[in-house]
Design a protein. Sequence first.
Length: 130
Amino acid sequence: MDANKYQVDALRTELTPDFVRLGMGQEHDTMVARMLHAVLGIMDEAGEMAKILKKHLIYKTAIDEVNAFEESGDSQWYHALWLDAIKRGLGEAMERNLAKLAVRHGEKFSAEGAVNRDLAAERKALEGDQ
């Protein structure tokens, strides 16, 4: 599936209340409300993922892979909302992330690259200047 199509289709189900009043204009307040909705949702889904592992590690329950898959998809929905709030696409975020990782690690993981990051070069990759 195309990431940007997913983002458009998924966000048809969005309901973000108009509850932020920062006095910086309606467009800004709406953006912040959507970002807040997204980050709270991401935190909730991360908790659901952690619960799957906790139950497995502590209580020795089987990992419900369908539920694990569901929580990952739910998390993607909130990531799509976050990006849409800042007027960016999910596909673009994926591409820029790979560009940043290429700057940091080259072709594969490098402990040296993880420790000695060139933040200026990574920023350029994220900005699309590479």
